[in-house]
Design a protein around this ligand. Structure first.
Ligand code: PXG
Length: 285
């Protein structure tokens, strides 16, 4: 079935949803985006995603010529038009049409589009058995380069790490920052459990401020599980009792091996399983 795409103010057929080859989103990866879940026809953590989008845009001096409320209505309209009950929204704002030069201010009209579709998920059994991953050699963006907190259209740094993962026949890779501390996975945030306490790197270590991450921190606290944000080393990962990743696509997924080292008992641990369950309940509440 052909999708309806929201493009600059109107829903159009997928075949008519086209952007210019002169759009700086394409020419330079100049733009920002969000990936958002729809659960039971409701947009998950909608306000948080929209707030992060506007912050990302501000970070690159990109003006979104719509209010947050207008953008939320547009997303709701797109979800409805495509009959999405449980799916995924990809929301993009590109710099818009410009010339063959870097100057972003020549681009007068940013381009906004929204895709609502079904989502490609990890197979359910991977949540039962847990995932094997590797450490990437590719270092996370330096905070004085493209700030890792900006969800920009330029994902090449993470794509290079993803290629390392795929070359090693695993789906994900951990990226370390320029100081050697854990930053994040290529599309997920990192958590470990040690002696019943949950640890996650602070966002300043070079991660995106994940919305799933924030939700999971709150859910853990509600279960009276202590959560500490601190820098983690590769050794901390190797010696963790439990290890899991969080993200819009993956939700909460246990890691059972990294760089050939087994984590804990070699299967998702009790706190990982509890938080996955609590996340499911919260998402569907
Ligand atoms: N770090 C990075 C670099 C991401 O891209 C996260 C962390 C987790 O953040 P959220 O807000 O989603 O909890 C992301 C988000 C996909 C896919 O198809 C990846 C993300 C989001 C949606 C889909 O792999 N990554």
């Amino acid at each position: 079935m052909s999708l309806k795409i929201w493009l600059n103010g109107a829903l159009v057929d997928e075949a008519d949803a086209k952007v210019s080859v002169f759009d700086h989103g394409l020419l330079y990866g100049d733009g920002v985006f969000e990936g958002i879940r729809v659960y039971d026809a409701k947009i998950f953590e909608c306000q948080a995603h929209v707030d992060r989008l506007y912050e990302s845009a501000k970070g690159i001096r990109l003006v979104i010529k719509m209010s947050k409320e207008e953008l939320i209505s547009a997303m709701e309209e797109t979800v409805k038009a495509n009959g999405i009950e449980n799916g995924y929204i990809r929301l993009l704002v590109t710099r818009g049409v410009g010339t063959l030069g870097l100057n972003p201010f020549i681009c007068k009209n940013s381009c906004v589009f929204i895709i609502a579709d079904n989502i490609q998920l990890y197979p359910e059994e991977l949540y039962e058995t847990g995932m094997k991953i590797i450490s990437a050699v590719t270092v996370r963006n330096h905070p004085l380069a493209v700030p890792p907190q900006i969800k920009s259209l330029n994902y090449l740094n993470n794509i290079l790490a993803k290629i390392e993962a795929l070359d090693n026949d695993v789906p994900e890779a951990i990226m370390y920052n320029h100081m050697g501390f854990v930053a994040e996975a290529t599309g997920d945030n990192v958590f470990i459990v040690k002696k019943g306490i949950v640890y996650t790197p602070p966002v300043e270590a070079g991660s995106l401020g994940g919305i799933t991450r924030s939700v999971v921190i709150e859910l853990a606290k509600k279960e009276n599980i202590e959560v500490i944000e601190k820098n983690l080393t590769r050794f901390d990962l190797y010696s963790a009792d439990e290890f899991f990743l969080t993200g819009t696509a993956a939700e909460v997924i246990g890691i059972v091996e990294i760089d050939g080292r087994e984590i804990g008992e070699g299967k998702p641990g009790p706190i990982t399983k509890l938080l996955r369950k609590k996340f499911f309940d919260y998402a569907h509440s």
